[in-house]
Design a protein around this ligand. Structure first.
Ligand code: APR
Length: 200
């Protein structure tokens, strides 16, 4: 029977096959569907805003699950640096979460893709990976930054996120062993699974 790519993507077997990417250095990228606050990793990434003021989506979930300590740390960071520019990230502890750190990354608001959005989104992932290296983080969880309230098209965001993370994991000196993308809902998971198939 001839199968179309769409049909293949919709089957569990194909999705399972494309869930993990390994490189020759033994580093991996894996995909999970679910709530990032439940992930056991050294660090999890928050999709924050420049004011570091909390909000809905991932940000709301992280502050709810992590408790008030995370916001207290952000208050201190805000007093020190003011706003966190789009494309960058700051680190706090993880409060009641099982991670050691939360990296609060500020993704771009998507307008039409010609206002520097791809580079700013890529820069968010690089900033988080730098924070990870500085702290000896071996496992890190990412949400699909900017793809909720900030409106970034999921397919394009997935390609950028996976490309940046894979390129970092291909560096011999990296201490990061595994990056987990935690996608909210099956459609988002399937978009990432398809994009992961194109990463080398
Ligand atoms: N775990 C994993 N992914 C989640 C969760 C969760 N608990 N909650 C939402 N998501 C998904 C969304 O479905 C979306 O694909 O995370 C992605 C990012 O969505 P947002 O959280 O809306 O983040 P973003 O688009 O970057 O917008 C940032 O939202 O709440 C505010 O303070 C935040 O102002 C900032 C803005």
């Amino acid at each position: 029977m001839k199968t179309s790519p769409l049909w293949r993507l919709a089957t569990e077997q194909i999705v399972m096959d494309s869930m993990v990417w390994n490189n020759s250095l033994g580093r991996r990228i894996s995909l999970r569907e679910g709530d990032i606050t439940r992930l056991a990793a050294d660090a999890i990434v928050n999709a924050a805003n420049s004011a570091l003021a909390g909000g809905g989506g991932v940000d709301g979930a992280i502050h709810r699950a992590g408790g008030p300590e995370i916001m207290r740390e952000l208050d201190a960071i805000r007093r020190r640096i003011g706003r966190c520019p789009t494309g960058s990230a700051v680190a706090t502890g993880a409060g009641n979460l099982s991670a050691k750190f939360v990296f609060h990354a500020v993704g771009p608001v998507y307008r039409d893709g010609s206002h520097g959005e791809p580079e700013l989104l890529a820069s968010c992932y690089r900033a988080c990976l730098e924070l990870a290296e500085e702290r000896g983080v071996r496992t890190i969880g990412f949400p699909a930054i900017s793809t909720g309230v900030y409106g970034y098209p999921l397919e394009e965001a997935a390609r950028i996120a996976l490309r940046e993370v894979a390129s970092h994991l291909n560096r011999p000196e990296s201490a990061v062993e595994e990056a987990v993308f935690v996608l909210f809902g099956k459609p988002a998971y399937q978009v990432y699974a398809a994009a992961l198939g194109g990463i080398h």
